[in-house]
Design a protein around this ligand. Structure first.
Ligand code: FE
Length: 352
């Protein structure tokens, strides 16, 4: 389903809603001179606070944001289908592995912006400027506090050791988060070691992979497994929940940042790139630069309890309780580059 919040659609007959997204039907667009004061943003994010942010961008620059929110794959298909009649200027999606898919389909163009290059750490952006990380997401460990002492935890690697037999939960390797984790592993440790690790991990699973990251956290709380690998913002989301059930889940679990004594904990991104043939390339760059301002970084990151990508911007209050940690500094573009091998390794290891 496509949710369109662009102001343009408010001026359009309902039947033209779909077309409105494609072409715009405000008289603004048809007026000479005004036609460039627009940027079409295709986003896989769905947070109400994003709209407030885009309104602020419009206020500051006079550039209207036409927002199209949809699922990642649908956005990529749509951009492909626009072909010779390109509409999209900016693609926003989560996980460097998904940005790589856009890159592979040649849907993005290289951008050389001093602002983006200076503000976004080098390891969180594509080496050729095809996309830029805007927020960080950490794939961490959660453990059952009644069964595991944090001193028993150390690294992702250790979860493949015999001590963890029948105690580990993780979602399917079909999921891009795990493919990217494997991609980072390949980059740091090589394919052979990664495959050994994946096999050891699978051998230690408490149950066949099922559900998403939240389900793994719940399984840990329920004692179905002792430790799980999950993205940090799901823990933060449960911790913020008003539901007594979720509070009970969070009471049972502790969080742990693995690999603090070597390469650091695996970090992924939410990011954005300028679409190849973007009709409003300059506006697209201005929009992306705006998202690196301290105010925008805060709002953008806090919407999903992620960590701001720009150094010096404080993390959301909800994340302070987890403390500081050492993050892996491998370039996140490696995750996509290594994705084909990562999925093969997962298959060979029997990671469903
Ligand atoms: Fe997620």
């Amino acid at each position: 389903m496509v949710r369109d919040f662009s102001k343009a659609s408010l001026f359009c007959p309902l039947s033209l809603l779909f077309l409105a997204v494609m072409s715009g039907c405000t008289n603004q667009d048809s007026q000479q001179g005004d036609q460039d004061k627009v940027v079409s943003v295709y986003s896989a994010r769905h947070y109400d606070t994003d709209q407030a942010l885009y309104d602020d961008f419009t206020k500051q620059t006079g550039i209207e944001v036409k927002l199209l929110e949809s699922k990642d794959n649908e956005l990529l298909e749509r951009i492909k289908n626009e072909g010779n009649n390109p509409q999209a200027d900016v693609l926003i999606t989560v996980d460097a592995g998904r940005l790589w898919r856009a890159e592979q389909s040649k849907l993005l163009q290289p951008i050389n912006s001093d602002t983006l290059n200076q503000k976004i750490p080098e390891n969180l952006r594509h080496p050729d400027g095809l996309w830029f990380g805007l927020t960080k997401r950490v794939r961490m460990l959660v453990y059952n506090k009644a069964k595991v002492k944090p001193t028993e935890l150390s690294t992702y690697e250790a979860l493949a050791e015999p001590a963890w037999k029948g105690r580990v939960c993780v979602r399917s390797s079909n999921n891009i988060y795990n493919q990217s984790l494997l991609g980072s592993f390949i980059e740091s440790k090589g394919e052979g070691t990664t495959e050994e690790w994946a096999k050891g991990l699978v051998a230690n699973l408490a149950r066949p992979p099922k559900g998403g990251d939240v389900d793994q956290i719940k399984a840990v709380a329920a004692g179905q497994c002792d430790v799980a690998i999950v993205n940090h913002y799901y823990v933060a989301r449960l911790a913020q929940s008003e539901s007594a059930k979720n509070k009970a889940v969070i009471d049972q679990v502790g969080v742990f940042f693995p690999n603090q004594k070597d390469r650091g904990t695996h970090v992924n991104i939410s990011g954005a790139g300028v679409v190849a043939n973007a009709p409003h390339k300059e506006n697209a760059i201005a929009f992306m630069e705006y998202l690196t301002s301290p105010e925008a970084q805060k709002v953008f990151a806090e919407a999903n309890n992620e960590y701001p990508a720009v150094i010096g911007v404080e993390a959301a209050p909800a994340l302070k309780q987890y403390g500081e940690f050492k993050a892996d500094t491998v370039n996140v573009s490696a995750y996509g580059r290594n994705n084909p091998e990562a999925t093969k390794i997962a298959d060979r290891a029997g990671w469903q």
